[in-house]
Design a protein around this ligand. Structure first.
Ligand code: 3PG
Ligand code: MG
Length: 389
């Protein structure tokens, strides 16, 4: 069913609108490495400002265990100010309540990192009610987080009357693009999947078998598949609890004639992720090796698949942004995707940051969602979207 952003029809002048966004930008030492998620929100913000609403802007950043100052949303203020927004920071919900009484129409109150409040992940009823009491209207424009069932995403929306809640412009745009990909993807379809969130991604890879012809696996999640094939992975990141699932996916792929393509060489670090780097073939994987990225032979092999694909979906960071020598593989892979004639989607904050650095011009669409995009394409429900159907 089609869902649309209904903000254009709202009469919300002078009234508080709660906007759940995904401002979880890639960061290094307090610097924003890529601002696509921030820019992606601007259509919604500008629309609400044009309507003279008071915007209560809320997001998570990272996965804080407690109050971690470097993950405060405060670090985003300078970006909004530079873009010309009138914005004030609120460390607590009480501060939002206090400031919204005097906030100017068309201005923004930015709440502290939602994950500093235990109720966000615990989906605590009192916390949800407190958030509800802040606003008359609710917007979910957190495309990159729609696959999460946190309080502000899955629980809060339904407490607003249907005509007072809406998806935002970014969510609408992303869904349109992904629907286009799903309905018009030219075959063969190639999915390139890397990154570390193994438990999240395995069920999705299982579903991707339905729409893909080739699935190219990269670090770190490929190591759980390597383990399923009884190959050595040294000290690489693996999810032992998912090995059987990985084995089942490989079996199903075989039955469905989907090629699952493994790297033929890895870039590894010895002893720790900061250790010396080298390239090894899977059969010579040392016991003290940690797989970080792919080697040149794998880049060449993957490019054979990229070149013959009609559509390509890329998700998951391969290598570490803060260690440039680990990024050669992902850079070449994204460049090859950009040079191909295929319709291409790159999804996920860190991979987009690399593609932007390289100024790649041949990518059809950059999606601000990683896990969310993968979830949508694999046909699973997005908890953050459910209240809007
Ligand atoms: C993301 O970057 O994938 C989203 O912001 C969700 O973050 P999470 O994986 O920490 O829930
Ligand atoms: Mg991410």
């Amino acid at each position: 069913m089609k869902i649309e952003c209904s903000i254009p029809s709202w009469d919300c002048a002078g009234q508080p609108v709660f906007v759940r966004a995904d401002l979880n930008v890639p960061l290094a030492h307090g610097t924003i490495l890529n601002d696509r998620r921030l820019r992606g929100l601007q259509d919604t913000l500008n629309l609400l400002i044009q309507k003279q609403a008071i915007i209560i802007l809320a997001s998570h950043i990272g996965r804080p265990q407690a109050h971690e100052p470097e993950l405060s949303t405060r670090i985003l203020l300078a970006w909004f100010e530079k873009e010309g927004y009138a914005i004030q920071f609120c460390e607590t919900i009480e501060q939002v309540k206090h400031k919204e009484k005097t906030a100017k129409a068309g201005s923004i109150l930015l709440l502290e990192n939602l994950r500093f409040f235990p109720g966000e992940k615990e989906r605590d009823a009192a916390f949800i009610k407190t958030l509800r009491s802040l606003a008359k209207w609710y917007v979910n424009d957190a495309f990159g987080s729609l696959h999460r069932d946190d309080a502000s995403l899955a629980d809060l929306a339904v407490l607003f009357p249907p005509h007072n809640r809406s998806i935002g412009c970014l969510v609408e745009k992303e869904l349109k693009m992904l629907n286009r990909f799903l309905h018009t993807a030219k075959k063969p379809v190639c999915a390139i999947i890397g990154g570390g969130k193994v438990a999240d991604k395995l069920p999705l890879i299982n579903n991707l078998l339905e729409i893909s012809d080739y699935i190219l696996l990269g670090p770190a999640l490929v190591f759980t598949f390597d383990l399923a094939k009884q190959r050595s992975v040294g000290l690489s990141l693996v999810d032992q609890s998912a090995v059987n699932k990985a084995r089942a996916i490989l079996k199903k792929a075989e039955l469905m004639n989907v090629s699952i393509v493994f790297p033929v060489d890895y870039q590894i670090a010895l002893d720790s992720i900061d250790g010396p780097l080298s390239i090894v073939e899977p059969e010579n994987f040392p016991e003290n090796g940690i797989g970080i990225s792919i080697g040149p032979k794998t880049v060449a092999l993957f490019n054979e698949y990229i070149t013959k694909s009609g559509s390509i979906f890329y998700n998951g960071m391969i290598g570490f942004s803060n260690r440039p020598k680990t990024l050669d593989g992902v850079k070449q892979l994204l460049t090859d995707v950009s040079h191909s004639n295929a319709m291409s989607i790159i999804a996920g904050g860190d991979s987009i940051a690399i593609a932007d650095q390289l100024k790649l011009t041949g990518i059809t669409y950059y999606s601000t969602g990683g896990g969310a995009t993968l979830t949508y394409l694999s046909g699973k429900k997005l908890p953050g979207l459910e209240p809007f159907y």
